[in-house]
Design a protein around this ligand. Structure first.
Ligand code: RNT
Ligand code: ZN
Length: 419
């Protein structure tokens, strides 16, 4: 049986429990998911030779990392080819593309330093999101940026934040779609602080100064991303969950951003999504896979990933949740890593759309928990794979398991020549 025939059978099966597979595929093809530019070069960027800092780490030295904008653009194009669905590219400010012989420090970057990204987005039909980069730079002093007691340090980073607001506004104007502008800082302490409040008050003031920069709130979506700890900053993180949530709740138009690697290991972001949807019009996510810590492994089609997608889909919140991927594995082929992660989140969304959610919700409301458990277990083995393959075919993306062959071909012809 070919894909089409398998799909037609699957379609009937799903229809019998009230699920419209056509509607699901149409909807999925139209929902943007942001692909992070930083998987391609282990978060190095192009603007500085400083080592990675801020408590994040890439491990592994698989050959073939992109070394310049041309290589990174080529690699992303390969990923676009191997992945279905609508995309935005998530750009960090450390990926500025300066004209030959030009360089601007982070406090002075201009929209024109990101024109290459706008051109790339227009050429590939993608959108763009933006992130100021508060790490991997010599102006990070004692691990601090926006919380620094040294005004020259703090002001440098405030200026970086303001410059980033202008760049996000430029992205949104150029592409005619909202640009998510995410603030994440790694500021914190290795050992027990003597004062946990002052750094947070400074962080709050820094963010307020940055966001006093003019932007169109319908087109630029500032977010604050929380974190629980990082490598070298194990004892204290200024931008904790409570801090960022409270900041977003008390500043109109600012969104909380949850990265599912940034919580204690038994906390789950799937449960936090509806909690925030009860209060915020819009929220944002970094989708990753933490293994024992914020390790940023490649996203898989695993239980918690599925559960996160379910919480967005069954609460009709696809239009309220900005979804972005955030992982970086340097130990395997990076194109393959990117592709598996993107495809996994697409699978999770499709899987959520193919669940008879209204029927299951009704069982819960009626208190029929035994039946709820029984039915849910049955739906787990419905022919999801046949719909997934059909979706890939419609998106003109390889649906056979050997798409990795394309990755290996690209490795042989392109990546292996990078030495
Ligand atoms: C770090 C945060 C942050 C970064 C990117 C590169 O723990 O998750 O989002 O991964 O900004
Ligand atoms: Zn993140």
């Amino acid at each position: 049986m070919n894909n089409r025939e398998m799909y037609l059978l699957a379609k009937e099966k799903y229809a019998s429990v009230g699920v419209d597979t056509e509607k699901a595929m149409d909807e999925l093809a139209d929902i943007p998911v942001s692909l992070h530019c930083w998987q391609g070069d282990d978060v190095h960027g192009f603007d500085s030779d400083s080592p990675l800092s801020g408590g994040i780490q890439t491990t592994g030295n698989y050959p073939g990392a992109a070394r310049d904008p041309e290589e990174l653009f080529a690699d992303i194009k390969k990923v676009l080819e191997l992945t279905p669905g609508k995309k935005k590219i998530n750009v960090h400010s450390s990926y500025a593309v300066f004209d030959k012989g030009q360089h601007r420090n982070r406090n002075e970057i201009l929209p024109e330093d990101f024109k290459a990204w706008v051109d790339f987005a227009k050429e590939t039909g993608t959108g763009l999101d933006f992130n100021p980069t508060f790490f991997g730079h010599e102006m990070v002093k004692d691990g601090l940026t926006l919380t620094s007691p040294d005004d020259s340090v703090r002001n440098f980073w405030i200026d970086h934040g303001k410059a980033s607001v202008r760049i996000a506004q430029y992205f949104a104007e150029q592409l005619g779609e909202p640009c998510v502008l995410n603030f994440w800082i790694g500021d914190g302490f290795k050992d027990i602080p003597a004062d946990r409040l002052i750094p947070r008050l400074r962080y709050r003031d820094s963010l307020e100064q940055i966001l006093s920069e003019k932007y169109d709130p319908s087109m630029v979506k500032p977010c604050v991303e929380s974190k629980v700890f990082g490598i070298g900053v194990e004892s204290y993180t200024a931008g904790s969950s409570e801090f960022t949530l409270s900041f977003a709740a008390s500043h109109k138009g600012v969104l909380p951003l949850m990265d599912n690697g940034h919580y204690h290991p038994t906390e789950v972001v799937s449960d936090k999504i509806p909690a925030l949807l009860a209060f915020f019009d819009e929220i944002a996510l970094h989708i990753t896979r933490p293994v024992r810590w914020d390790s940023d492994h490649v996203v898989l089609f695993d239980d918690e990933t599925k559960e996160m997608a379910l919480e967005i889909v069954r609460n009709n919140a696809l239009g309220r949740v900005y979804m972005a991927l955030d992982f970086f594995d340097a130990s395997i082929n990076r194109i393959g890593a990117w592709t598996v992660g993107f495809r996994s989140w697409q699978k999770a969304l499709l899987n959520a759309m193919l669940m008879p959610n209204d029927r299951l919700k009704a069982l819960q409301e009626k208190g029929e928990f035994g039946r709820l458990m029984a039915e849910r277990e049955e739906f787990k083995t419905y022919p999801f794979g046949a719909v997934w393959d059909e979706y890939l075919d419609r998106c003109s993306v390889r649906s056979d398991a050997d798409w990795y062959g394309d990755v290996l071909k690209y490795e042989k012809e392109v990546l292996s020549l990078r030495r």
